[in-house]
Design a binder for this molecule. Structure first.
Ligand code: HEC
Ligand code: HEC
Ligand code: HEC
Ligand code: HEC
Ligand code: HEC
Ligand code: HEC
Ligand code: HEC
Ligand code: HEC
Ligand code: HEC
Length: 570
């Protein structure tokens, strides 16, 4: 048979006990576990999950036709082909089962071509990709000097298809297969190059982090490598927060509105000018993977190939209108090539004190760093960067000529200081960075209680105002007069004197904020209350306890406090 000419087999013994793995119906199949060298060149079994009516087998491997076989308990029993050799999806549901069965899958043999073959048709990609550090991973001076070229333990991650038929053998036998190339990430593609219009052998475009994780993972004794994949998978970027998942499940509009920052697949679709609603409707649960921040083909952003710079000083927001359509996003993205990569998601979404529906989102870090969001006593904050914004004015705080915060967010959250010289992907701020300027090291312990103190005072004033000064119509049972329509989570229940008797953050107790009519009443007559609640939520939701811009955070809370004292004295 044509497609099975050199069949590659995997064997699995499935005991029909054990737990059912969470396979989402209709969800797109991604490489489930990292495989040495990137995208597997030969089939590997990745899952066997018990279903109510049978078994779901899942495997990975190059694109092409697969055939599943089953053998009953007896080792001498014959292999029985299940269905036909036309499985393209790398998963099969098996309903007629033996209690102890063996399974086998045969599929396309790996056929590697090397990236030179791709150039004639994919010039745009090849022109840049072949100049990245990946392309010289075999020929670099360091790799050669360390004897890597002839050390079998190094070759799986520094060459194409090492150990597989048609893959790398040696520098002399397969001179075109050294280095990390297209086929490490897309799978063997010679069949595709020979028949580019055959959709069944079109190489895969896998954006899951497992592809990179097949090489970018922790060291073993024969080589040293930073544990990038392990750090990433333990970070908040490795999962889509459940509330955003629920929102995206509820409406395709939210695939743009929330997915642009929360879903890796939705974001990459938008970046590639595709509509998430048609391309990733069942695939939005893919988080912020490596390829969301790193462009594997580009040489922009230096050797680290980031999709944006690590620092910028332009004020930036991603407003709702910027994601309302693919075109709107494309236009905005084209204008944001000079904006800090992190800021493209960690921005205030154009939140303003006049908003009434809900509190500012938890994403305002970039604007906070620049001091460009919030209300100061003399008007809306335009640009008030502090000493942590990495601007040249602060260069006198450099140590031996090195200014430690020029990389802004990355300087603290992707520091190489605590990760053995490689950039950490845990997202945890490296307190070793603080010690470069602060002696004694970090002042966080000072700022946090100070901030908490001011926050409590402010909440007390707001509650007191709600109890004694708010319009009577907003003092009905259960309504917290100063809150957003959807309360931001700080709604305290107060007694008649405005003293806090219980509070709700994260608890099941639900308080409501004023409805639209109530908000209009507030906007018309009590703008200072709106400003105060905005500053309050901004400082708290921003999440750094003021560290991103210490004196600015305190100014916002002071201004709010002053306004509330004025209101209470009216
Ligand atoms: C003869 C021309 C030709 C050659 C040679 C060729 N490709 Fe392609 N490739 C295509 C065409 C045409 C498509 C389909 C584009 C489409 O439908 O959007 C494609 C699609 C792809 C895709 C999938 C894109 C997608 O969006 O799904 C990948 C990945 C790819 N090629 C990689 C390679 C690699 C790697 C090589 C070299 C080993 C290669 N191609 C060689 C013409 C070629
Ligand atoms: C599990 C896959 C894997 C194996 C096996 C592996 N490497 Fe690497 N190697 C990598 C990755 C990934 C990087 C890039 C790491 C980074 O920059 O974070 C790398 C980088 C390097 C570099 C470049 C370092 C620099 O600073 O420029 C050298 C040299 C190197 N490896 C040598 C070797 C040698 C020698 C062996 C065998 C003893 C080996 N590697 C085995 C994955 C691997
Ligand atoms: C380090 C991994 C990696 C390498 C090496 C790599 N790619 Fe890709 N490629 C990806 C990822 C991830 C995507 C999807 C993300 C995106 O669209 O930017 C992609 C997307 C593509 C696409 C479809 C979208 C597009 O940008 O046109 C094509 C075609 C493609 N790659 C071809 C190639 C070719 C040809 C090479 C070798 C010259 C290559 N790739 C090397 C990871 C890689
Ligand atoms: C086949 C193994 C392999 C795969 C798959 C792979 N890489 Fe790499 N990567 C390497 C090696 C080896 C190097 C080191 C090259 C050198 O410096 O000589 C490297 C270097 C890099 C660098 C440059 C590091 C530096 O210090 O300059 C980045 C960034 C990177 N890889 C990102 C990725 C991303 C993102 C993916 C997935 C889309 C990926 N890699 C997939 C092996 C791999
Ligand atoms: C401009 C980018 C952006 C957009 C658009 C966006 N978010 Fe977020 N969101 C973030 C960032 C960044 C964080 C994380 C901040 C942190 O961890 O401190 C966050 C945090 C959250 C959290 C809190 C998560 C937690 O673990 O505490 C929820 C819930 C959330 N977002 C839901 C949504 C929903 C629902 C939408 C769409 C209506 C949405 N977001 C739109 C960037 C965005
Ligand atoms: C594609 C959008 C996106 C980009 C780009 C992005 N982030 Fe995030 N980040 C998020 C979202 C969304 C969350 C919240 C995830 C959650 O709570 O589930 C988050 C969470 C975080 C957290 C919170 C971790 C914690 O423990 O709560 C930190 C810190 C962070 N990001 C830093 C960065 C830095 C630094 C950069 C730039 C190098 C960056 N992010 C780039 C979207 C992004
Ligand atoms: C001076 C170092 C520094 C810089 C620069 C910096 N951060 Fe932070 N960041 C911190 C510290 C310290 C915290 C508080 C962490 C804690 O609570 O333990 C923090 C908290 C956060 C959080 C909240 C984490 C959580 O647990 O919810 C996010 C998100 C975040 N930073 C993202 C960013 C982004 C995005 C930038 C750039 C715009 C940035 N940070 C710049 C040090 C820094
Ligand atoms: C939120 C964005 C983001 C994500 C997601 C991300 N990275 Fe990075 N990566 C960065 C930043 C920022 C740097 C450091 C850039 C700097 O400061 O020069 C970096 C650095 C690197 C480096 C260079 C290491 C060094 O020490 O120089 C490699 C290799 C790398 N990343 C690979 C990966 C891999 C593999 C994944 C997925 C497992 C990944 N990255 C996910 C933003 C990201
Ligand atoms: C490049 C030098 C530099 C680094 C690195 C740095 N800071 Fe600062 N920090 C300053 C300067 C200068 C000030 C005082 C001026 C101001 O408030 O803006 C300051 C002020 C502060 C304050 C306000 C209270 C005070 O003592 O003045 C806190 C809290 C703080 N830093 C915490 C941190 C933390 C936490 C880190 C590490 C995550 C850090 N800083 C890293 C330079 C730095």
């Amino acid at each position: 048979m044509k497609f099975l000419s050199a069949s590659f087999l995997i064997l699995v013994l499935v005991l029909l006990f054990g737990s059912k793995s969470p396979v989402l119906a209709q969800s797109v199949q991604h490489l489930a576990v990292p495989q040495l060298g990137g995208l597997p060149g030969a089939p590997v079994m990745t899952g066997a999950a018990k279903l109510t009516n049978g078994l779901q087998l899942t495997w990975d491997g190059p694109s092409g036709y697969y055939q599943v076989f089953q053998k009953s308990n007896g080792l001498k029993a014959a292999w029985i082909a299940l269905g036909r050799a036309t499985n393209l999806s790398r998963t099969a549901t098996i309903t007629s089962l033996y209690s102890n069965a063996f399974f086998r899958v045969s599929g396309p043999a790996p056929k590697y071509a090397g990236s030179k073959v791709c150039i004639s048709c994919h010039l745009g990609v090849c022109r840049y990709e072949t100049n990245t550090p990946h392309a010289s991973a075999f020929s670099s001076a360091k790799f050669m000097a360390s004897g890597g070229q002839t050390n079998a333990s190094c070759l799986p991650c520094h060459t194409v298809g090492y150990g597989l038929a048609t893959g790398f053998v040696s520098a002399t036998a397969t001179p075109l297969l050294g280095g990390v190339q297209c086929e490490n990430c897309h799978g063997p593609a010679a069949s595709h190059a020979a028949a580019s219009d055959d959709p069944t052998v079109r190489p895969r475009v896998e954006i899951a982090a497992t592809v990179c994780g097949g090489c970018h993972h922790a060291s073993n004794t024969s080589y040293t490598n930073p544990p990038t994949f392990e750090q990433w998978i333990g970070s908040d970027h490795a999962a889509v927060t459940p509330d955003a998942l629920r929102a995206m499940a509820a409406s395709t509009t939210n695939l743009n509105t929330c997915g642009v920052c929360h879903s890796g697949s939705a974001r990459l679709a938008l970046i590639n000018a595709q509509n998430p609603a048609t391309t990733v409707a069942h695939d939005y649960n893919l988080p912020i993977t490596c390829a969301v921040c790193h462009d594997p083909h580009s040489t922009n952003g230096g050797p680290v190939q980031l999709r944006g710079p690590v620092s910028s000083t332009n004020v930036f927001h991603l407003a709702g209108t910027d994601v309302a359509s693919v075109t709107a996003f494309t236009n905005k993205y084209a204008l944001s090539t000079n904006i800090n990569l992190c800021a493209q998601c960690h921005n205030d979404r154009a939140a303003a004190w006049t908003d009434t529906a809900s509190a500012p989102h938890r994403s305002a870090q970039y604007n906070f760093l620049l001091g460009s969001v919030g209300e100061l006593s003399d008007g809306s904050a335009a640009f008030n960067p502090g000493s942590h914004a990495g601007l040249p004015e602060s260069a006198d705080y450099s140590v031996s000529g090195t200014f430690y915060l020029t990389n802004q967010c990355a300087a603290c959250h992707f520091s190489a200081l605590t990760s053995g010289g490689a950039h950490s992907h845990t997202l945890q701020p490296a307190y070793a960075v603080c010690a470069k300027c602060h002696d004694p090291a970090p002042a966080l312990a000072y700022l946090k209680p100070e901030l908490t103190n001011r926050v409590s005072t402010l909440i007390f004033y707001l509650n007191r105002w709600a109890a004694i000064k708010a319009p009577a119509s907003l003092r009905t049972n259960g309504v917290v007069a100063w809150e957003y329509t959807t309360p931001g989570g700080l709604s305290w229940q107060t007694n008649a004197l405005g003293y806090v008797t219980s509070w709700a953050p994260g608890s099941a107790v639900n308080f409501t904020g004023p409805n639209a009519a109530g908000q209009s009443l507030l906007s018309a007559n009590y703008p200072n209350v709106l400003r105060a609640r905005f500053n309050l939520y901004l400082v708290l939701n921003e999440g750094s306890f003021g560290v991103h811009n210490p004196s600015f955070a305190l100014s916002l809370l002071s201004a709010a406090q002053t306004w509330m004292i004025q209101e209470l004295n009216k």
